[in-house]
Design a binder for this molecule. Structure first.
Ligand SMILES: [Zn+2]
Length: 284
């Protein structure tokens, strides 16, 4: 089998599958998530970044678009936000009243996907709202303003948008009694998945592309035309898109100049943080 084909179909299952296997095993053994989950997430993202150099989807997307330094800050801030949220959950669980409906007796390998499904429904709903409620779109638009897709785009988000997207699902999962370690495990595998979802790698999920939100279908969500981009909202699963009629697939792939927004966005991190609160923005 040619190396190109091997990487095309093997990249996601090997790297994402490896991270998921590690996280599930670590959780099953009852080991502390910190700092192991953070380190394995970074290792997964690093592998995605390396593969972008080996087998890019668009050669142009591997070049700096005056965005690398700012995106690196986005990654740093949002990974700290994720770790902080996970740490807060560890503090909260057991101190706030929760329901007793969570299936604590299930194997960890089943509890983690269950928590993931709850968080993913919340993310899907909040993501759709972020495209339809004006002030939420202005916070979310920074994510869509990227002129190229690569591994750091998954974290190119205004911190308030990140909290809005993930918050409701997290609250529901905690109130249902999901253990903090289980939620942390899902957030870790989701981080690596989001790296893949935006990755500039010529890879494919094969027949799973319609069910798991990989780059092939997610690139349609990042299209420049706002009307065309109202598809494939799913963060991990595309099941919710399938149910709600927002799943879109097409044999002709999205190419280099098709992503981004028409409005000119600031390039520095602080200016991007302030952008949603400025009155001169035009994007809608
Ligand atoms: Zn979006």
């Amino acid at each position: 089998m040619r190396l190109h084909t091997l990487l095309r179909y093997g990249a996601y299952p090997v790297i994402f599958g490896g991270v998921a296997a590690f996280v599930l095993t670590w959780s099953t053994l009852g080991r502390s998530p910190w700092p192991a989950f953070m380190l394995i997430a970074l290792a997964g993202l690093f592998a995605v970044a390396v593969l972008e150099r080996v087998q890019p989807f668009e050669a142009d997307w591997n070049h700096d678009h005056n965005d690398t330094a700012t995106d690196a800050i986005h990654v740093l801030v949002n990974m700290m936000l994720m770790s902080g949220t996970a740490y807060l959950l560890h503090l909260l669980v057991g101190r706030v009243p929760t329901m007793t409906v969570w299936p604590q007796s299930w194997p960890i390998a089943m509890q983690v996907p269950l928590a993931g499904a709850i968080l993913d429904v919340g993310l899907y709903a909040m993501h759709r709202l972020s495209h339809h409620v004006h002030w939420m779109w202005h916070l979310h638009a920074i994510h869509h303003s990227a002129e190229r897709l690569y591994w750091m785009n998954g974290d190119r988000r205004h911190p308030l948008s990140a909290l809005l997207l993930a918050g409701p699902g997290l609250v529901v999962a905690v109130l249902l009694g999901a253990p903090a370690a289980v939620i942390s495990a899902w957030l870790t595998v989701l981080t690596v998945h989001l790296g893949f979802q935006h990755a500039n790698i010529d890879y494919s999920l094969g027949p799973l592309r319609r069910w798991i939100g990989g780059a092939e279908l997610h690139r349609w969500h990042q299209r420049r035309d706002y009307v065309d981009a109202q598809v494939n909202f799913g963060e991990f699963w595309l099941i919710w898109d399938g149910i709600c009629g927002t799943r879109f697939d097409h044999p002709t792939p999205v190419r280099a100049n098709d992503v981004g927004l028409d409005e000119i966005f600031p390039t520095t991190y602080s200016a991007q943080l302030h952008w949603p609160f400025q009155s001169r923005r035009q994007v809608s």
